[in-house]
Design a protein around this ligand. Structure first.
Ligand code: SF4
Length: 395
C-alpha cells in the first residue's frame, strides 16, 4: 500500500485577544505564556505521534526501519508569532533530529503584523522557518477595528516589508473580504494594496459568521449579495491579471508558490496534528483512515503532554472515517481545487475503487457541474461555485 504524503501541523493556541469572528481554538493570553513548557509538551506530543503513526502504518510483521517522511510543517494558531524565535528553533531542531526532514520542505509560521511580532521575522528565518503567513485581513483601520484586530494598516505595510527584508521569498498575505460596511471599491482597494507588494501567495477569503463567536451572537451588517458577488468577480479578475492564479476557492499564487502544506490537506493526504486542539489524519496499514484530536484547553493539554510516560493513544481522541464517508471527505477537499483530481489519486487516497462514485460523476458531468477528460476529473466553472450541491448528490 502506498501511503499518502505525511505533513505536520503544530498549534500554538494563544492570542493577545479573541477576535469576534474567530472560531479557532485560540485563547486570550493572560499574563506570561508557559512558552518553555509548551515547547516541551509539543516535543513529547510529536515523539509519541510520530512513533504511533509509523507503527499503525507498518505491516504487522514489519519493523519500522524507514519512518515516513515529513513533507511540510505548518505552525498555526492562535498566534504563533507570540513565541520567541528561539523556542521555534528548539522545536524544529527536535523534530529534525527525529525525522531528518529535507531542507527543501516548506515550513510555514503564521504571524500577526503587530510591531512586536514583525520584529521577530528575521529570527524565525534563522530558526528554520522559510514561509510566513501574515494575517493582514484589511489595510483599512476602520475595518480592522470592527474585526477586533489589534494592528493597523500601517503596521501591516511594515510587516510585509520586514518579511521581505528578512529574506522570505515565500510568504502569504491573508486578506478578508465582504466585511461589515465594505463597498466593492473598499474591497478592491485592500486587494490592490496587498498586490502592490507582489506577494507570491494570497489567501483572499470571505468573512463568514461562525457559531460560538461574538459575531454569531451580535451579527454585524454584512454587504448584500450584489456587492459580495461584484467584489468577488472583480477581485478575481484583478488577481488573475496580476499573475496570481486561483488554485483553490480562497487561495491564489504565482507559479510554483502554492502552499504544499495546504495542498496536502486538499488532496486528502495524511498529517500529524500536535498542540492543544490539533487535528490529525492517519492511514493505517489495514486500509482504515482515522482522524485524531488533542485536548483543546491549553492547561489540560499541558498536563497531558508534559509527562512523557503516557502513550499517544491515551491523550488523543481517534475517530474512524467510516467507509461510506471516505469518498465524500475526499471530494469535499479535492473539489476545492481548480485542477480537480485523477482517478488514481482517488483510489490511492481512499482505498476505494473509482467505480464506487463513477455513476454519480457521470451524472454530474451530464448536469454540467463536473468535467471528466480521460482519468482527470474537475468541477466546471459553474460547478466550482456549487460544491455543496455536488456533494449532496454524493451523500
Ligand atoms: S488573531 Fe487569529 S487566531 Fe487569534 S483570535 Fe484573531 S483570528 Fe483567531
Amino acid at each position: 500500500m502506498a501511503y499518502p504524503p505525511l505533513t505536520l501541523y503544530i498549534h500554538i493556541p494563544w492570542c493577545e485577544k479573541k477576535c469576534p469572528y474567530c472560531d479557532f481554538n485560540s485563547h486570550k493570553k493572560t499574563g506570561s505564556l508557559p512558552e518553555a513548557d509548551y515547547i516541551k509538551a509539543l516535543c513529547n506530543d510529536f515523539d509519541r505521534d510520530f512513533v504511533f503513526a509509523n507503527r499503525v502504518s507498518a505491516k504487522s510483521n514489519q519493523s519500522i526501519t524507514e519512518p515516513r517522511q515529513i513533507q511540510s510543517i505548518f505552525i498555526g494558531g492562535g498566534t504563533p508569532s507570540l513565541f520567541d524565535p528561539l523556542s521555534i528553533k528548539t522545536l524544529l531542531e527536535h523534530i529534525k533530529a527525529r525525522t531528518n526532514y529535507s531542507p527543501e520542505i516548506e515550513i510555514t509560521l503564521e504571524a500577526n503584523p503587530g510591531t512586536a511580532e514583525a520584529a521577530k521575522f528575521a529570527g524565525y528565518k534563522e530558526a528554520g522557518v522559510n514561509r510566513l503567513s501574515i494575517g493582514v485581513q484589511s489595510f483599512d483601520d476602520k475595518k480592522l477595528k470592527i474585526l477586533g484586530r489589534l494592528h493597523t494598516g500601517t503596521q501591516s505595510h511594515k510587516a510585509i516589508t520586514l518579511a521581505k527584508e528578512a529574506g522570505f521569498k515565500n510568504y502569504n498575505v491573508d486578506i478578508m473580504h465582504t466585511l461589515p460596511g465594505q463597498t466593492v471599491a473598499d474591497g478592491l482597494r485592500d486587494l490592490e494594496t496587498a498586490l502592490a507588494f507582489q506577494p507570491p501567495h494570497l489567501s483572499w477569503y470571505e468573512l463568514t459568521i461562525e457559531r460560538n463567536t461574538v459575531f454569531y451572537s451580535f451579527p454585524p451588517t454584512l454587504p448584500n449579495e450584489t456587492i459580495a458577488q461584484d467584489l468577488y468577480e472583480l477581485g478575481n479578475q484583478k488577481l488573475d491579471a496580476r499573475g496570481l492564479r486561483q488554485y483553490e476557492i480562497s487561495a491564489y499564487s504565482t507559479k510554483n508558490r502554492s502552499s504544499s502544506h495546504n495542498l496536502n490537506y486538499w488532496q486528502f493526504g495524511d498529517y500529524l496534528g500536535i498542540g492543544a486542539g490539533a487535528h490529525g489524519k492517519i492511514s493505517y496499514s489495514n486500509g482504515e483512515i482515522y482522524r485524531s484530536a488533542k485536548r483543546k484547553q491549553p492547561d489540560k493539554y499541558l498536563k497531558n503532554f508534559l509527562d512523557r510516560s503516557t502513550s499517544a493513544k491515551i491523550n488523543c481522541e481517534f475517530t474512524l472515517i467510516e467507509s461510506d464517508q471516505i469518498s465524500i471527505e475526499f471530494l469535499l477537499n479535492n473539489l476545492r481545487l481548480r485542477k480537480g483530481f485523477t482517478i488514481e489519486l482517488f483510489e490511492q487516497r481512499t482505498n476505494l475503487c473509482f467505480s464506487e462514485i463513477s455513476a454519480k460523476v457521470d451524472q454530474m458531468v451530464s448536469k454540467g457541474l463536473m468535467s471528466r477528460v480521460e482519468n482527470h476529473i474537475t468541477t466546471t466553472p459553474v460547478g466550482f461555485y456549487m460544491i455543496d450541491t455536488i456533494l449532496e448528490e454524493f451523500s
